[in-house]
Design a protein around this ligand. Structure first.
Ligand SMILES: [Zn+2]
Length: 392
């Protein structure tokens, strides 16, 4: 939408504001009267997701994806409140991952709508732990020890784009690779790891700042005295990402982590794959690279016959609502964990201010305080909206 204006309560303050824009750029943000009494309208910076493996039937791990397929994925993400994501590539043979990155990057570079939606890359593998449970759905046979040369190849393939690299710091050469990645401006998260407390500490000293989907990519049963959760939570300097679908992290653990860590240390991510963002009555047999997966009636994505999860079918807005349900906090607060916090973790801004391209979510609530409708406005794309089901 190139020009327009909208009035609603600003999500961070609850104070009504009017935001106006022209040619896709915000021209004015000013105090306003209350929105019409019949509607409770809120304005929010859109959701940002640092881990999207696919969406709306499009599997990001496939070769030869087209611009049209990427449009379908980013438009469905926008409809569900998310205007910016990191395109996530999971463990495969290293040359295949680099080729995939270069191919998608060439499509993104040539298309304005894709450029504003796919703003960087999350490389989750192949430098992960092959141990059962810790490897998750990643194929241990394709895993590698990282070297500075791998990191250089990644930077070359991605140009100057933002990169988030998730690796297991116990792999040989990992500390040196973390140092190199940080020198080249990448963010480094630990994940799919059974690193010792000392290895985690050394990874943080080398520049790692996050832990990817804490509570997942570990065995069902852990040593009660010493396990990867305690070690990560006990290491100062690490932010963590959490998947707020109620399955990946149990509601009690989810609440506990929110009590233990400061709000700025917690980033919510969907870890969505192709099954996410589809109507729930569609058959849900999907792929993640070479893996064939199925989505249960419970919405959980599994490898047939196995218990481990393989990404999620959660949409960004569902994540906000389920996090609110689990923590008992207002959705306005959990919204920030899926918008402001991931943006800040990557060093981006997520503000509604004059001079920024217009990117806004407009949320309508009913008299019972439940969210009914989400509309997402973005400078380089058509406005999208979705009805929300408060009971989901
Ligand atoms: Zn993972």
């Amino acid at each position: 939408m190139s020009a327009g204006s909208v009035t609603g309560k600003f999500i961070r303050t609850g104070v009504p504001i009017t935001v106006s824009w022209k040619h896709g750029v915000i021209t004015n943000v000013e105090p306003a009267d209350e929105p019409a009494a019949t509607e409770d309208i809120w304005l929010a910076p859109p959701l940002v997701d640092l881990q999207i493996n696919g969406y709306a039937g499009v599997d990001f791990q496939q070769d030869d994806l087209t611009t049209e397929q990427l449009h379908a994925a980013v438009r469905a993400l926008r409809r569900d409140g998310c205007t910016r994501c990191l395109y996530t590539l999971v463990t495969d043979r290293w040359p295949a991952m680099l080729a995939r990155l270069k191919h998608v990057r060439s499509l993104v570079s040539a298309d304005r709508e894709l450029r504003s939606a796919i703003v960087g890359w999350h490389i989750e593998g192949p430098f992960l732990s092959p141990e059962p449970g810790y490897c998750g759905a990643h194929d241990p046979a394709k895993m590698l020890d990282p070297t500075p040369a791998h990191v250089d190849q990644l930077r070359e393939a991605a140009g100057d784009d933002p990169i988030l690299l998730t690796l297991a710091p116990e792999r040989a050469g990992a500390i040196e690779a973390i140092r190199r990645a940080c020198e080249l401006g990448m963010k480094v998260c630990l994940g799919h790891t059974n690193a010792t407390a000392d290895q985690i500490k050394r990874a943080v000293e080398a520049g790692a700042t996050g832990f990817t989907h804490l509570g997942n990519a570990c065995p069902q049963t852990l040593d009660r005295h010493d396990n990867i959760l305690w070690r990560a939570l006990d290491t100062p300097g690490l932010s963590v990402s959490l998947i707020p679908d109620t399955h990946h992290v149990s509601p009690s653990l989810f609440r506990l982590i929110h009590r233990v860590l400061k709000p700025f240390q917690i980033v919510h991510t969907t870890d969505a794959m192709a099954a996410a963002g589809l109507p729930s009555n569609l058959p849900r047999a999907v792929t993640l690279g070479e893996m064939k997966l199925e989505v249960g009636a419970d919405g959980i994505v599994r490898q047939p016959g196995k218990t481990n999860f393989a990404g999620s079918s959660l949409s960004p807005i569902e994540g906000v609502l389920r996090a609110a349900k689990m923590t008992g906090k207002p959705w306005q607060e959990t919204w920030l964990a899926s918008s402001l916090r991931p943006a800040e973790f990557m060093g981006w801004t997520s503000e509604i201010k004059v001079g920024q391209p217009v990117e806004l979510c407009v949320l309508k609530m009913n008299d019972d305080g439940q969210l009914m409708n989400l509309e997402t406005i973005a400078a380089n794309a058509p406005t999208a909206s979705v009805q929300l089901d408060a009971n989901k």
